[in-house]
Design a protein around this ligand. Structure first.
Ligand code: ACO
Length: 369
């Protein structure tokens, strides 16, 4: 090896190029506390790979269902729903419209925003708890419709944390060099499993999908993701029916959302409080470094509690729950896409995304957009 030459076998990059890559990675490691790998890469003269969002997209079904519409179906009031949840209306998928349909439109918009085609994608991870069919996965159905055949494609079921889990998984694939361009989707038709005789759950949910295209980058991008679960809380929030348990001879074969809402509420507030602290600490960052909080849209009161924990005024929080209801895995990427397309979220800004859902699962991502 010549003086100042590259230590990497077969690498033709000049020494100057590697010095600047190493300098960038060292700078990254100083900036973000949970990036010890950046230093190791810098010392080896290689560049750490991050994933960054190249494009966002979303889709909502056309049918708007207002609280007044629900008053005709179930013993509730617009006033109760608004004051307890912040929800005014939500969307319902049309008859025959599936989770994959919603995912397809959201993914197409995200690919367009990134200037890419389906064939450019080498990984699809789709968060959903309402797949079209049990198998193939909705990710596989989507892959074929996008013309991305051949790449890895799979679903992640983490209830309302589905998109955030999918994002964390795709980020690891890109950081590990297993993928360069990943499509990450959160898509749900949760209204299909609602029991319209249960007023405590049927007013909360809506249908929708969001997507991001992630691509490999020398600069963050995603700084850190945190994924957690505690299956000990199953009894507070679950669907009692699956393939190997629970089929019943009753409407919808017993498929419904079972939720002890007020208990879920308390755990959600405490848990989200903890995870935003954990996320900032892992990145060596502070509350004031965050430009936008993009939370799971289940309940405005939970969102306000997390914003208070971060000392953030609500004008730095993206809120869509009033118009979307809780779209489960769709909620965070829908809110992100809306914030990007409205011009609120700008390139270079720091975003904190978080979600909480059945399992319990909870998750976060801190990123430079
Ligand atoms: N309309 C009118 N009254 C209602 C309705 C309704 N739609 N639903 C419940 N009530 C009544 C109850 O019967 C109860 O009446 P009572 O006092 O006479 O017994 C009263 O309202 C209070 O009920 P609570 O359940 O204590 O109400 P709470 O203030 O907790 O609000 C809610 C309920 C909105 C569900 C809240 O607890 C919540 O948002 N929880 C968290 C939901 C969540 O975040 N889920 C996680 C994601 S979902 C997923 O992963 C699939």
């Amino acid at each position: 090896m010549g003086r100042g030459g590259c230590p990497g076998r077969g690498c033709r990059a000049g020494p100057g190029r590697h010095r600047s890559a190493a300098a960038r990675a060292t700078q990254g490691a100083r900036r973000y506390r949970d990036a010890p790998a950046a230093l190791a890469h810098a010392q080896r003269g290689t560049t750490l790979i991050y994933s960054r969002i190249a494009g966002t997209g979303s889709y909502l079904p056309e049918k708007v269902v207002t609280n007044a519409d629900l008053e005709k179906l179930v013993d509730t009031t617009d006033e109760w729903i608004r004051t307890r949840t912040g929800i005014r209306e939500r969307r319902f998928a049309a008859d025959g419209e599936t989770t994959c349909d919603l995912a397809f439109y959201a993914a197409t918009h995200a690919l367009d925003a990134a200037g890419l085609k389906g064939a450019d994608i080498d990984l699809i991870v789709l968060g959903t708890t309402t797949p079209d069919i049990i198998f193939p996965s909705t990710a596989c159905l989507l892959q074929h419709r996008l013309g991305a055949n051949g790449c890895a494609a799979f679903d992640v079921n983490a209830a309302c944390s589905g998109f955030m889990y999918a994002l964390g998984v795709a980020d690891q694939f890109i950081r590990g060099g297993q993928a360069r361009r990943a499509l990450v989707v959160g898509a749900e038709t949760l209204t299909r499993m609602l029991d319209f005789s249960d007023r405590s759950t049927c007013v909360l949910f809506g249908d929708g999908a969001g997507a991001v295209v992630l691509e490999a980058s020398e600069e963050p991008g995603i700084i850190t993701t945190k994924l957690h679960a505690d299956g000990g809380y199953k009894h507070l929030l679950y669907n009692p029916v699956g393939v190997s348990a629970g089929f019943r001879d009753e409407p919808n074969h017993g498929v419904r959302v079972m939720m002890t809402g007020n208990e879920v509420f308390k755990v959600a507030v405490k848990t989200l409080d903890r995870i935003v602290g954990e996320t900032l600490e892992a990145a060596g960052m502070h509350e004031q470094d965050v430009d936008w909080l993009i939370p799971h849209q289940a309940n405005l009161r939970i969102i306000e509690a997390t914003a208070k924990r971060l000392s953030m005024s609500m004008d730095r929080v993206i809120v869509t729950v009033d118009r979307h209801g809780n779209t489960s895995s769709g909620s965070v990427p829908l809110a992100l896409d809306e914030a990007v397309r409205s011009g609120k979220v700008q390139r270079g800004q720091t975003l904190l995304l978080e979600a909480f859902g059945g399992g319990f699962t909870w998750s976060s991502a801190l990123l430079k957009y």
